[in-house]
Design a protein around this ligand. Sequence first.
Ligand SMILES: [Zn+2]
Length: 212
Amino acid sequence: MKDSPTKVVLHPNPKMLLQIAIEPEILQVHGDAPHPGHGVFGEVRCPVCAGRMHGHGWRTRSFFDTMDQGVPVWVHRCICPVCRLTYTLLPAWVHALKRYSMETIRKVLCHRISRGCFSGKLGVQRSLQRSWWSGFLRRMQASGNRPEQAVLLDACHKIGQTMASPPGVWALRRREDLVAWWHSRPPSHQRLPAVVCGRLYQAFRQEAYTQP
Ligand SMILES: [Zn+2]
């Protein structure tokens, strides 16, 4: 479990996914201990309007780390009182659209590239591995990469949230693009769950996202 760069992933239908890096220990569920306070995330700002977001509830969810180990974590939601956007804060080692760690996804894809088959030892169903693999290949082809083993392996080692997502999910690299998208499709609280993990506010100030 480790930090990954801040990233913003946008789904076209429209579902927005953002990511924030948070100390993993803070969000882990420990027995009957209550969830942490909203303040553990610091001041969370809305990526669209930069308004201060409010806490909007907690729930627990298990994510699979490597070797099929379910890790229960606290998942917190925030809401922007202005845009009515709802965000879910997730640990950065988790993939925003899957219930698996980025490391597991990386291992599955690397195994397929180097061995030419899917692994039976990574705790992920083969049908799921096949689906990840086909999405990864389509993304590689769409970005003009040659399907050579060395090229695929290199991309796999550097894989981030967007590349590990199904085709059709892409990264927003500039705040202006996010704002333009929001204005083009005014979201409602009900239909726009978003995922935030990570130093979002800082990333927006830099107006650059490091996620490939
Ligand atoms: Zn807002």
